[in-house]
Design a protein around this ligand. Structure first.
Ligand SMILES: [Ca+2]
Ligand SMILES: [Ca+2]
Length: 218
């Protein structure tokens, strides 16, 4: 009897282990799907917060930020602080200009609760000269939950359909070429009188069907 019980216990153990293994595998897949959804949702909310602040900048400065940092004008319309700040390395330019324009306009996007890594400097560049409200030396950019910079184009460049900008990814090495988009099919809504602002998505490349665009009600 004792031996029979032992054998039965072994089979039971195997069954239990098999079930636990299946549950663990299913759980891992579930967690992966849940994390992916969370990453996308947080990226979307970061984009929306930045888009809201871009509207505030328009009120403060009178314009949506240009694509090039050097084209930034002072809040009073006098002088071009962007020329002093400079464009040291020609990468991440659009979204860096957004960051600096927020400083110039005294605007802070509400990124609370959206992760503590939304501001990075993936291309490791620095301003040439501190200007007024710009009390930082790094040329920061806003990034998505995969650590890659958001892409920004001013609507004033929409007619330049051959325009391509370089963006440095989270690893600080990989540089991707990002063309200006002339349709809203990828990268969310194309706003003719506003701007392009989007995440390249989990694949860290423009297009591919996973880009995430900003969205606002107004
Ligand atoms: Ca930078
Ligand atoms: Ca993509």
């Amino acid at each position: 009897m004792r031996r029979t019980n032992q054998g039965f216990s072994l089979i039971e153990l195997l069954v239990v282990l098999t079930i636990l293994g299946a549950l663990a595998a299913g759980g891992t897949v579930f967690i992966r799907i849940a994390n992916r959804a969370k990453d996308k949702s947080m990226t979307q909310r970061r984009l929306n917060a930045i888009a809201t602040s871009l509207e505030e900048v328009k009120k403060a400065l009178g314009y949506y930020p240009p694509t090039y940092t050097a084209d930034l004008k002072s809040p009073d319309g006098e002088g071009k602080p962007g020329e002093k700040v400079g464009v040291p390395n020609e990468t991440n330019i659009g979204i860096e200009t957004v960051y600096i324009s927020f400083k110039l306009g005294g605007v802070t996007p509400d990124l609370q609760g959206l992760g503590d890594n939304a501001i990075q400097n993936t291309d490791d560049d620095h301003v040439l000269e501190l200007v007024g409200q710009l009390r930082v030396t790094d040329m920061y950019e806003y990034v998505d939950t995969w650590g890659n910079p958001f892409v920004y184009f001013s609507n004033r460049d929409y007619n330049d359909v051959s325009r391509v900008e370089s963006y440095v990814l989270a690893d600080g090495i990989t540089t991707v070429k990002v063309p200006i988009k002339i349709s809203g099919k990828e990268g969310g809504p194309l706003e003719p009188r506003r701007f392009q602002l989007f995440s390249m998505g989990p694949d860290g490349a423009p297009g591919g069907g996973d880009d995430i665009g900003w969205a606002m009600d107004n």
